[in-house]
Design a protein around this ligand. Structure first.
Ligand SMILES: Nc1nc2c(ncn2[C@@H]2O[C@H](COP(=O)(O)OP(=O)(O)OP(=O)(O)O)[C@@H](O)[C@H]2O)c(=O)[nH]1
Length: 435
């Protein structure tokens, strides 16, 4: 499971790397961002759900609270660091590509959000105009349409409206110019209330990740060597999957892994850290909390110990499962088979850096697993979680019988998988440094 470390991994292709970003400070000056960020433009009609998408994915806003979001009146830029550093521009409903006052060449993707019930002339025209302008000015730009709020309709009407919107957009583009019929646009049905949004944005992210083929290779090798039927590399905090193995993604398996990750994430705030700056997703629950045992004797390293709120016993029971996780409800209550070690590195800045990643290599990583049919004498499925970098986690699905009999081998493979992913991330970070 070794991976090459050559910089050809992530060839310096400008369409992947975009340009240097500037993060406004208090609306006055501007600080140069030290990395090249991939820029994504989020556009659409008023109230189509743009800010909700951004907030739910990247700030863990509970979907129901999007109801209280204020109207966007000017372009707001949001940075998010995952397998690649992103900069998302959330535009007001009134904005058009002509009024944007930014060259379109700096954007890698246009995500146009349209309400699934908005198939009238004005939204369709705006969508078609945006696509045509983007294509004219930056033909390499990925064009994605989120047909959003799909939850508002029954399955039958959902598909009908989805097709109708695609057809009308195509007709409108042909009206602008017959050659625009060939513009490659990808349509996604999305909703903040289910996994469709995560699935769609994951696919958007895949097109922007230069190291995707290498990550996929590692996942394929991991699956083959561990007899896993499916494996995902997830961004822990947004729950976007940044890569998966070659087998098809079926929605129930994706939902299962995503829900399990959400459950582990939701444990984080229940545990208090001795260090103030531990990223939330690294504070993973465990039924047994152990102290760090560094593999190599070195100078003291910053570590955090997960501490149950009722400090005292180190063998506290697991907290109850959140009610809103359908596939892990009481009838399928998971058994946490691995009393995972929750010892993590605590970067002082709070933002993991390449050196943090290097330091983490010498430390423990949280892991967990759950059997979906614990009473069926190994006949069920087990989902496993292993943190592999400060931001990324491997989630795999494998037969319980295999996990129970070959757990050592699975853990052994994870070590090499983690090494490979960390090397790829280091090359990516190196390639994106400014100056
Ligand atoms: N049913 C449903 N409602 C949604 C969904 N996404 C967003 N909404 C709702 O749509 C409304 C508008 O959402 P916003 O995110 O503010 O929309 P926006 O496009 O940013 O709006 P502007 O700032 O006016 O451009 C809110 O009440 C959200 O709760 C969804 O997937 N399903």
């Amino acid at each position: 499971m070794a991976s090459s470390r050559s910089s050809s991994h992530v060839g310096l292709n400008s369409s992947f790397y975009g340009s240097t970003a500037f993060i406004p400070v208090n609306g006055s000056g501007a600080l140069a961002d030290p990395v090249l960020r991939t820029k994504i433009l989020l556009m659409g009609m008023r109230r189509s759900g743009k800010t909700s998408i951004q907030e739910v994915l990247f700030h863990a806003l509970p979907p129901k609270q999007t109801f209280y979001l204020e109207m966007t009146t000017r372009v707001s830029r949001h940075t998010y660091d995952t397998v690649i550093p992103l900069e998302i521009w959330d535009c007001p409903g009134t904005a058009t590509l002509d009024t944007l006052e930014a060259p379109l060449s700096q954007f890698s993707t246009l995500v146009f959000v349209i309400d699934i019930q908005d198939f009238y002339q004005q939204p369709i025209s705006k969508l078609a105009d945006s696509v045509a302008t983007a294509y004219q000015e930056n033909p390499g730009m990925h064009l994605e349409v989120f047909v959003h709020k799909a939850d508002a309709l029954s399955d039958e009407y959902k598909i009908e409206n989805f097709r109708l919107i695609q057809q009308r957009v195509t007709d409108e583009l042909i009206d602008i110019s017959p050659e625009y019929e060939q513009i490659p646009i990808e349509f996604h049905l999305t909703s903040i209330y289910d996994h469709s949004l995560h699935e769609a944005f994951s696919r958007v992210l895949h097109k922007l990740t230069p190291s995707l083929p290498y990550l996929e290779d590692l996942l394929n090798v991991f699956c083959a060597n561990s007899q896993a039927s499916k494996a995902f590399l997830f961004d822990t905090s947004s729950r976007l999957y940044v890569a998966t193995d070659a087998s098809p993604v079926d929605p129930p398996t994706h939902s299962l892994c995503s829900d399990y990750l959400q459950m582990l994430n939701s444990f984080g705030p229940l545990y208090r850290s001795t260090s103030a700056s531990v990223p939330r997703h690294q504070q993973v629950a465990s039924s047994t909390v152990t102290s760090p045992a560094p593999s190599e004797p070195t100078s003291p390293r910053p570590v955090a110990h997960a501490i149950p709120p009722s400090a005292g016993s180190t063998h506290s029971p697991l907290p109850p499962l959140p009610e809103d996780i359908p596939s892990l409800n009481s009838s399928q209550s998971p058994t946490v088979m691995s009393p995972s070690v929750s010892t993590v590195v605590s970067p002082k800045s709070g933002t993991p850096t390449p050196s943090t990643i290097l330091r983490m290599k010498n430390l423990f990583y949280p892991s967990a697993s759950a059997s979906l049919s614990p009473n069926a004498s190994g006949a069920g499925t087990t989902v496993t979680y292993h943190l592999v970098t400060p931001r990324l986690a491997l989630l795999a699905v494998l037969p319980t019988a295999i996990f129970e009999t070959r757990r050592g081998l699975v853990e052994y493979n994870v070590v090499f998988f983690r090494e490979g992913v960390q090397e790829i991330c280091e090359v990516e970070e190196e390639a994106r440094k400014v100056g």
